[in-house]
Design a protein around this ligand. Structure first.
Ligand SMILES: Nc1nc2c(ncn2[C@@H]2O[C@H](COP(=O)(O)OP(=O)(O)O)[C@@H](O)[C@H]2O)c(=O)[nH]1
Ligand SMILES: [Mg+2]
Length: 447
């Protein structure tokens, strides 16, 4: 981490200003070579300074320069931020000059990576920075902030603390069996303590499901035979004419994606090609995609036609969605009832917009969307975090099992120790370089 990195930290597009950022031990001296008005090596930390960027005797831009001296900075290193005029050309030009003057182009996420490696952020906090930038809703923003302000890390640390205490007590029992003041680690005592830790880990995983909903939304697909009104329902839910609606079967051939918000949660809606036997080559591909979508979505809305008796394809679809989260929506309630169904359903129509509120309420009910609390709750926010907690839990469950079989405590201790190690990886207390490189590569450039 000897070298000084530079990158454009604002988005590459039209805007009033752009920010070029540097971090590293040479940040100040490199910038000093191209800044006219001040000797910036003498400037006080946390000041903003007016001046010009000069390169090869040419005035490049009129800028404001912020200087932040180590260690109280984002990366804990010396950081310089140059506020230049916006647009793509100017920021690139200044970056180019900085690179020619001794800085190296930063990799995506490298500023945050340095903040992590220098101990200013733990791994969960670092991941939350990126989540915060990529937030698409206020709920996502709050969740990312709870990760960034260390709430999630603290929960993990408390669980590790319990594990460490248990390990210490077991060690004392083994090494100093004659020591009277120590807690006697009986099977019963172990069982209680392990179950307490298991409860904490279980709760984290249970809440992670809510975290996933907040972060990625819910994937809902509209499935059914041609002409039952899937596209009309999509349009009605969106309040716009997104999908083409006609009375010609096979109008929708490819999957149409749309986003809407329900109780602050992103809903990813998928309108699909009507399922039927077809000789049309393109439609056939669409039908296959629809069938796959049943398995690839969180929730299926199976649409049936109130005006027709149940068909063979309807039966096939009812069978297919049976064991998956689904809602049956009987459309065209404005037309004569010819459908008889024993499953529970919601009925309505898109002609005079009926039953769609009920459909939304049902989605809210299934996912408890009215109870999601983003202010106080802390959620694991990605697959890496969830996988590690699952692994840590597995070790504790193994320990509980062995304890019930009266296995010697030092064996049980090894499971607890492993769980403690895994949670250490989660917060980045121990890490492998390769994993860290991979993780930060997904970050935004300049962050
Ligand atoms: N009467 C009536 N017709 C509808 C209703 N919903 C859709 N339709 C009509 O049914 C036909 C097929 O609709 P569409 O949304 O394209 O069905 P899809 O093939 O399932 O996507 C169109 O002519 C729509 O106007 C409804 O609730 N009542
Ligand atoms: Mg359609």
């Amino acid at each position: 981490m000897e070298d000084t990195i530079a990158a454009i930290s604002t988005s590459i597009g039209l805007g009033a200003i752009s920010i070029v950022r540097l971090s590293g031990s040479q940040a100040i001296t490199i910038t000093n070579k191209i800044f006219k008005e001040h000797d910036i090596t003498t400037l006080a930390s946390n000041t903003i300074n007016y001046g010009h960027i000069i390169y090869e005797n040419e005035i490049i831009d009129e800028v404001l320069l912020s200087i932040m001296r180590a260690p109280k900075t984002y990366t804990t290193e010396d950081v310089i931020e140059i506020n230049c005029h916006g647009g793509i050309i100017m920021a690139n030009k200044i970056l180019d000059i900085l690179l020619k003057s001794g800085a190296r182009l930063a990799e995506p996420g490298e500023f945050t990576k340095r903040a992590f490696l220098n101990g200013r952020l733990d791994l969960i906090e670092a991941e939350s920075v990126e989540d915060l930038i990529k937030s698409q809703s206020d709920e996502q923003r709050k969740m990312a902030l709870n990760g960034l302000n260390g709430r999630l890390t603290n929960i993990i640390k408390q669980i590790r603390e319990k594990e460490l205490n248990l390990i210490a007590n077991i060690e004392v029992n083994i090494d100093y069996p004659e020591y009277d003041d120590a807690i006697e680690v009986t099977n019963n005592y172990l069982n209680n303590e392990l179950n307490d830790i298991k409860k904490d880990l279980d709760l984290l995983l249970k809440n992670a499901k809510i975290g996933k909903i907040i972060k990625s939304g819910i994937d809902i697909s509209l499935i059914g035979r041609p002409n039952v009104g899937k596209s009309s329902i999509l349009n009605a839910l969106l309040n716009e004419d997104k999908a083409i609606v006609t009375d010609i079967s096979g109008t929708t051939r490819d999957i149409i994606e749309a986003k809407t918000i329900l109780n602050g949660i992103e809903i990813n809606l998928y309108d699909t090609a009507g399922i039927r036997e077809t000789k049309d080559f393109v439609e056939k591909i669409g039908v296959e995609k629809s069938r796959n979508k049943i398995n690839n979505s969180d929730l299926v809305i199976l649409v049936l036609n109130n005006n027709e008796p149940i068909q063979e394809e309807d039966q096939e679809l009812l069978e297919k969605v049976k064991d998956k989260p689904h809602i049956i929506f009987i459309n065209k309630s404005d037309l004569e009832n010819k459908l008889d169904l024993k499953e529970s359903f919601i009925i309505g129509n898109t002609k005079d917009i009926n039953g769609l509120e009920k459909l939304k309420e049902e989605i809210i009910k299934i996912y408890n969307l009215d109870k999601i609390n983003t202010k106080d709750s802390t959620y694991l926010s990605n697959v890496r975090q969830i996988n590690l907690v699952e692994k840590a839990l597995k070790e504790i469950e193994e320990a509980i099992k062995e304890n019930q079989n009266n296995i010697p405590v030092d064996i049980i201790e090894s499971y607890i120790r492993e769980s403690w190690n895994i949670l250490g990886i989660l917060i980045g207390e121990t890490y492998e370089d390769e994993l860290i490189d991979k993780l930060f590569k997904n970050f935004c450039l300049g962050k």
